[in-house]
Design a protein around this ligand. Structure first.
Ligand SMILES: *Cc1c(COP(=O)(O)O)cnc(C)c1O
Length: 425
């Protein structure tokens, strides 16, 4: 087990967190104080490449000046009204999200988990009120290995004991099937199935990438069976995989489809969802902002009093989200991530010669190195000492997700360090 060398100053911060905080995380022993672009600095002044990017919340880079300015200006003008009144910023955010997703309707929340809860409520109500499922019988199909957040309902349909153990009883109405297994999904659909909730790439499970045929096949099955398809793109969305949304990679009839409004191959060789959940990079890391975007028929199931959040759609969130989406588009971060990602996977594949390497994989700048041995945590600790911050997942896999604003030179410099460290394992 690699040992981290920690100074007494750093240790004092860590001790305070451990003393006063709940021990619900196991962070690497580094204390960060500043961020800019793809870099962060610790309290001792050491600079790191941030290859986690807050689980892809800072796709636009740390403290992007345009988003910082938007948030600061809004903070000094009007921060929170609640939805008891209108505010003059929310509508522009909803319009922007609608344009980017191609969906006519948007419901703003704060955290990703709240977005997922919103999607679950929407699918269930649609199941009863539109599809005609008998009361309290609605089922939602999810995948094994899923990660959708931490609420009691969401962990109730996780198959990771670390996430669900002793938090039961689980909310009923969820059915688990193997990920990337179309037959299993087909068999699980019943007349009471309201929706299918999936990540188009399973991030927390270790960047598990299903076949494009699976994504398209799920869409087909949902259409044939009058079942809603919901992609949780909280982590994969907003440029991370080299397209605005990860599902767009799978569109066979129209490769590289940018999905504006009506899909040309709607319901056929296309993986377009009926609703999509966004979060994380929706604010570029400046503020918790999430949402569900959906078809009219789905979103119209909500009426006054049926859902909401005190902070949802507040002016600060709106200012952050508008700026964050503008940065993604203006700086062409999807295109950048796509081009850099191809080169990064090739460089890692060619460079890592460790006999314990199982696979290098990735799409855009959502990358993973998987070992045959359970040493990913040790690799993460050693990478930290070499100035790269990344997180292990499930003992054998380490995920790399730099900010999409990273320059090719910085990316290559960081990849060279990653290759050198991986080759010692
Ligand atoms: C992070 C994440 C969530 C939960 O988001 P929070 O903001 O942490 O609640 C849900 N789904 C996926 C795929 C995620 O990566």
């Amino acid at each position: 087990m690699a040992d981290a060398h920690v100074s007494s100053e750093t240790q004092r911060f860590i001790d305070k967190d451990m003393h006063y905080g709940a021990h619900n995380y196991h962070p690497l022993p580094v204390v960060l104080t500043k961020g800019e672009g793809c870099f962060v600095w610790d309290v001792e002044g050491k600079r790191y490449y941030d290859f986690l990017s807050a689980y892809s919340a800072v796709n636009q880079g740390h403290c992007h000046p345009k988003i910082v300015k938007a948030v600061c200006d809004q903070a000094g003008t009007l921060a929170l009204t609640s939805r008891a009144f209108h505010n003059d910023r929310m509508g522009d955010m909803l319009k922007k999200i609608s344009e980017v997703t191609g969906f006519p309707k948007v419901l703003p929340m704060n955290t990703g988990a709240e977005g997922v809860e919103t999607a679950i409520k929407a699918m269930r109500r649609w199941g009863y009120r539109v599809k005609g499922i008998p009361a309290n019988k609605a089922e939602i199909i999810v995948a094994k290995g899923n990660f959708h957040g931490r609420t009691t309902t969401i962990v109730g349909f996780s198959d990771d004991p670390g996430a669900y153990a002793d938090f039961g009883p689980a909310t009923p109405g969820f059915v688990q099937v193997d990920y990337d297994d179309l037959d299993a999904l087909k068999k699980a659909i019943t007349p009471n199935t309201a929706g299918v909730l999936l990540e188009p790439i399973q991030g927390e499970a270790g960047v598990k990438m299903p076949s494009d045929a699976f994504l398209v096949g799920v869409r087909e099955l949902c259409t044939q069976n009058n079942v809603l398809l919901c992609w949780d793109e909280i982590q994969t969305g907003l440029g991370r995989t080299g397209r605005m949304f990860a599902w767009q990679h799978a569109c066979a009839k129209n490769p590289g489809c940018t999905f504006k409004g009506d899909c040309p191959s709607a319901g056929k060789a296309c993986a377009r969802p009926d609703l999509i959940i966004l979060g994380k990079a929706l604010s570029g890391g400046l503020y918790p902002v999430s949402c569900v975007a959906a078809k009219e028929e789905v979103m119209n199931v909500f009426d006054p009093g049926s859902h909401g959040s005190t902070y949802g759609g507040n002016p600060m969130a709106a200012a952050a989200a508008i700026a964050a989406l503008e940065v993604l588009i203006d700086e062409q971060l999807c295109e950048k991530a796509l081009a850099l990602g191809v080169k990064a996977v090739a460089r890692l594949q060619a460079g890592i010669t460790s006999k314990n390497l199982k696979e290098v994989r990735g799409r855009g700048l959502m990358l993973a190195v998987e070992f045959t041995t359970p040493n990913a945590h040790d690799v993460a600790v050693e990478l930290m000492e070499h100035g790269i911050l990344a997180k292990d997942t499930h003992e054998t896999t380490i995920r790399f997700a730099p900010a999409l604003v990273i320059s090719e030179d910085d990316l290559n410099a960081a990849l060279d360090k990653i290759i050198a460290v991986c080759n010692t394992y």
